[in-house]
Design a protein around this ligand. Structure first.
Ligand SMILES: Nc1ncnc2c1ncn2[C@@H]1O[C@H](COP(=O)(O)OP(=O)(O)O)[C@@H](O)[C@H]1O
Ligand SMILES: [Mg+2]
Length: 435
């Protein structure tokens, strides 16, 4: 297994998105000097895709223009064999998506003052990027992928924006403005969906979604399919934060509603305007600053030395090596894979039949990478998942794909419990009926 890339030794995997993987690496120097850095490279299956390579090069070009304490700074960009590698500062952190999930598991919310702090740091990064100029004038950078996975938080409560993977800027605008949707569907702005266009106000819409999620503890747009989510976004259909989070100052509700306006003209007209507006809410609470509150809160929910996302390299498979198996070699495995697939299917059929023949409850098919839901509550209660009846209590564990779901438990006396949950691959979650 190869664990060096150029002059760098890979020590841990930090994350993987749709297109790239990120590693922690060290560059050894004299006298035991070891500088940790982060390396990002295109996932090996895409090494030959010219569109991916071009996007990656654009990411490097845009990122190279930027240097700010609230952004992950770019150090280098090079090619090794058939792969391109971005070298970035290493930021020991968890991303906001992981932090929100861990909070949900413990049934708590990030304190609202701390959420405002995270959002105001993000807005500071955006204000810098949106206004960045070079010798030829404004670069008009739009991030286009503002989402919790791209907001990193350190143990000390510092926040940085990452991932300019699909950003647009004047330097590369013609090349990257394809008709395709870019960005995560749940965080797209209405104009990204309807017109496939986005200016800096689109980033402010997505920032409004992230703030909503932190303050309300659920996503404003949830549905079974991407198509339905896009319909909700373009119709501006979401439960008002004033209803879901009445405990926070009204000015925050107003700020979220303004950020989520359908028409960009009705939103904040700059990251600075949105940040200034949020800071007026922070001033309502003089006791503690959002930053120290966030640090204290993180200390409470994470054990020491847990506030990072490193998986040691020895326990990960370096895909670059795996995919370098030659075509000839891979043909040898076809009969074996076919046998395993047939045996697996037979096993599934037997297992499915055993599960279903004696009782008639509901459908459960498990497979690796899916999540398991259990329900507990009064016998005879009806269980709805995203509006569909899936059975009555007591129920066997129910297997679903990772994603966001709304669970309704309706007791025989028609008392209703509503829970919104977000599941990642492999999660096991129990939904309890309210007493
Ligand atoms: N410089 C870094 N330091 C620490 N962790 C990082 C760094 N860059 C990325 N990560 C982690 O890797 C994940 C994926 O990185 P990202 O750049 O967003 O890749 P992608 O373009 O594939 O989405 C992030 O969510 C974050 O958890
Ligand atoms: Mg990302």
């Amino acid at each position: 297994m190869k664990s060096t890339v150029g002059p760098y030794t890979l020590v841990a995997k930090l994350g993987e998105g749709g297109m790239a993987e990120v590693f922690k690496a060290i560059k050894p120097g004299p006298g035991g000097f070891e500088k940790p850095l982060a390396l990002k490279r295109i996932l090996p299956p895409y090494h030959d895709r010219s569109d991916m390579i071009s996007m990656f090069q654009t990411e490097a070009k845009i990122h190279s223009q930027l240097s700010h304490p609230k952004l992950l700074n770019l150090i280098d960009f090079f090619q090794e064999e058939n792969s391109f590698v971005l070298v970035m500062e290493y930021f020991r952190s968890k991303n906001l998506s992981q932090v929100m999930l861990d909070a949900r598991r413990q049934r708590i919310l990030i304190p609202w003052q701390a959420s405002l702090f995270i959002c105001s740091e993000l807005l500071e990064a955006l204000q810098y990027a949106h206004n960045k100029k070079d010798a030829n004038g404004p670069l008009r950078i739009v991030h286009r992928d503002i989402s919790p996975q791209n907001i990193l938080i350190s143990e000390e409560g510092w926040v940085k924006l990452s991932d300019f993977g699909i950003a647009l800027a004047n330097i590369e605008r013609d090349k990257t403005a394809t008709g395709l949707f870019k960005g995560k569907v749940k965080y797209l702005s209405p104009e990204q969906i309807e017109k496939h266009s986005a200016d800096y106000r689109s980033d402010l819409f997505s920032t409004g979604i992230v703030l909503y999620e932190m303050i309300c503890g659920c996503h404003p747009f949830y549905a079974k399919s991407d198509f339905e989510i896009m319909n909700q976004i373009t119709a501006g259909e979401y439960k008002k934060p004033a209803v879901l989070a009445p405990q926070v100052p009204q000015v925050i509700h107003n700020c979220i509603d303004k950020a989520l306006s359908l028409n960009p003209e009705d939103r904040f007209q700059s990251a600075k305007e949105m940040r200034d507006n949020l800071l007026t809410a922070q001033e309502l609470d003089w006791n503690q600053s959002g930053h120290s509150l966030l640090m204290g809160w993180l200390e409470n929910i994470y054990k020491p030395d847990q506030m990072h996302n490193e998986t040691p390299i020895s326990s990960t498979v370096i895909l670059g090596e795996q995919t370098r198996i030659s075509k000839k070699q891979s043909y040898k495995w076809i009969p074996i894979f076919s046998m395993i697939a047939i045996l697996g299917m037979l096993g599934m059929i037997v297992w499915y039949a055993r599960l279903h023949l004696p009782s008639n409850t509901s459908s459960h098919v498990t497979s690796v990478g899916r999540s398991i839901l259990r329900f507990s509550g009064q016998e005879g209660s009806t269980v709805y998942l995203n509006g569909k009846i899936i059975g009555k209590l007591p129920m066997q564990p129910y297997t679903v794909d990772p994603g966001s779901y709304v669970v309704l438990l309706v007791s025989p006396k028609k008392q209703t419990t509503i829970k919104e949950i977000t599941l990642q691959a492999g999660d096991h979650t129990t939904v309890n009926q309210d007493p």
